[in-house]
Design a binder for this molecule. Structure first.
Ligand code: ATP
Length: 362
């Protein structure tokens, strides 16, 4: 069992509040990802869990015990850092064995653990090498191996893949996910990369300016973001936002400078109280569809193509709609060119609305 609970945890550096009354409950065996833009406080939270940073106020519990004043070495936690922090003069074997030697583990036990971890990570053939004779990906594995041998209650990862090239990142992403299911341990993983967060996390904590914005499963964050920040941060390409106002004619409309959109009956009741108010419409790029010329489908909006990105499996269009630039992900089969005036259709069942405080209107 290894749960981690943060209760109103706050971190103040001199006069600057980096982490503000954060509550997070990491369940036993859960893979939780802390994500957010640079400076949002995710590394600080991880370092407080590790014991590398004091907690200014609030409580940190591991398995129900308050550990605020317990030193890092007694927390039964292992951390994998972004820069791997390997000892250059030691072999891979010694790097992995080092933490166990410090804790006076018997030699035979150390040997068994190092070899077992090397096997899991497929680095047995590298045990005699020094870090400088390893590729970035191999060094990363050694850093993970050094954490595994300890068999800690909780693993902490601080952007462990950010020094790897794109292909290796994707590979290591799945390896760490596999490792999680194999080891059945609790993992807290920090990244600024929302794709990494979405693909790896059982649940994701989205942070901004030291505040938790939302804690939820990847799919719930995607479909039901609580505010405009989460909506814009999760998803790539990002959600489109259009400023406008809700107006009532024969029915409720979202009205912007470039188009009017009839509000579906299913949404109208809740939105009624926002009548005449300013608000933001959110449309995911995959919910903006290309309409074939000549179609008389209702609800078309006029656009002009600015940029076409051909991805092979799909095409990403950057189009101008009034003053807005919107992004649409469409099928690769249409013949299009830059400058083309075309019609798009918004999938009305999938739209999001945000009020003037940038909170989601459900
Ligand atoms: P990044 O993705 O850039 O690593 P982060 O979300 O991990 O960012 P933190 O490193 O946790 O952010 O930093 C949070 C805030 O606290 C930042 O504004 C940072 O400048 C500030 N901060 C971090 N360490 C200190 C320190 N020792 N003294 C003062 N301010 C600090």
């Amino acid at each position: 069992m290894a749960q981690v609970n943060l209760r109103q945890v706050t971190k103040v550096y001199e006069n600057f509040v980096a982490v503000k009354a954060v509550n997070i409950d990491v369940h036993d065996k859960e893979f939780i990802v802390l994500v957010g833009p640079s400076g949002c406080g995710k590394s600080t939270i991880l370092r407080m869990i590790a014991g590398l940073e004091d907690i200014s106020s609030g409580d940190l519990l591991i398995d129900g015990r308050v550990v605020n004043n317990i030193p890092p070495k007694d927390r039964d936690i292992a951390m994998v850092f972004q820069n791997y922090a390997l000892y250059p003069h030691m072999t891979v074997y010694d790097n992995m064995a080092f933490g166990l030697k410090l804790r006076n583990f018997p030699k035979a036990d150390i040997d068994r653990r190092v070899k077992e971890a090397a096997e899991i990570l497929d680095i047995s053939f590298l045990l005699h090498r020094k870090p400088k004779a390893l590729s970035g990906g191999q060094r990363q594995r050694v850093a993970v191996g050094r954490a595994i041998v300890r068999k800690p209650k909780v693993f902490l990862f601080d952007e462990p893949l950010s020094n790897l090239d794109a292909k290796l990142r994707v590979q290591m992403r799945t390896e760490i996910a596999k490792l999680h299911s194999r080891l059945e341990s609790t993992m807290v993983y920090v990244t600024h990369d929302q794709v990494e967060a979405m693909t790896m996390g059982d649940r994701i904590v989205v942070l901004r300016d030291g505040l938790v914005q939302q804690i939820d499963t990847p799919i719930n964050l995607y479909n039901q973001p609580v505010n405009k920040f989460v909506a814009g941060f999760i998803g790539s390409p990002a959600m489109n936002f259009v400023e406008g106002r809700l107006l009532k004619k024969d029915r409720l409309f979202f009205h912007s400078d470039a188009f009017s959109l009839a509000i579906p009956e299913t949404r109208a009741k809740k939105l009624e109280s926002f009548r005449d108010k300013k608000m933001t419409l959110g449309i995911r790029p995959e919910h903006l569809h290309y309409v074939l010329p000549g179609s008389n489908e209702k609800g078309q909006i006029s656009a002009q193509i600015d940029v076409i990105e051909t991805m092979g499996n799909e095409t990403v269009l950057y189009v101008r709609v009034g003053k807005n630039t919107l992004v649409a992900r469409i099928s690769p089969h249409f013949e299009l060119h830059v400058g083309l005036k075309c019609q798009l259709k918004i999938d009305q069942d999938k739209i999001h609305f945000f009020d003037q405080d940038k909170n989601t209107i459900n």
